[in-house]
Design a binder for this molecule. Sequence first.
Ligand SMILES: [Zn+2]
Length: 204
Amino acid sequence: MNIIEDFIPKNRQNRPGVAITPSSITVHNTGNVRKGADATMHASYIKSTNDKVSWHYTVDDTNIIQHLPINEMGWHAGSRKGNETSIGIEICMHEDIDMAAAEKNAQQLIAYLMAKTSIGEIKKHQDWTGKYCPAVLLKEGRWEQFVRGCFSIFEEKKNIEKEHWAKTYYQQLIDRGMVIHEERLDDPITRGELFAILCRMLDL
Ligand SMILES: [Zn+2]
């Protein structure tokens, strides 16, 4: 499973930068049936819109695109609590999509997120506001089946993808150009290593 990171720029109003600790994942269908309304199209929309709308991932039959870090709030649930506690995933539904493949991709993503975090709850957009969403899954009566599929993939993934709590900090340092040769997340640090890190932090 390959996730394409294409974040909304930080200065956009639909990326408020509010830190969240998500406890659920909320599933949507885009509601957009136009031909070509795939994940790539939604990624360019969400980066340029002035609407107060944003979510974390868009999934179609070939791509998974991430628009926001999972620890930042988006505006997708229609309720404050939903936005502040839930990761939003939009599944495309354009006329030329392979819907089964898109839903499979979404299930893979959800299982991956559950394995990576401690999130154990999958919600419909409808659970927050009553909106008829995810419309395709609801209309075709496949919501329960979809959720069961997520959990069974999760059962396969959970032991291999559970991330160490410190991994995110390690990755942040790498991203900022800090050279660290090994992760060894549970090994003790020596005084020498601490001195070296402090000097690097202070840019000495
Ligand atoms: Zn929705």
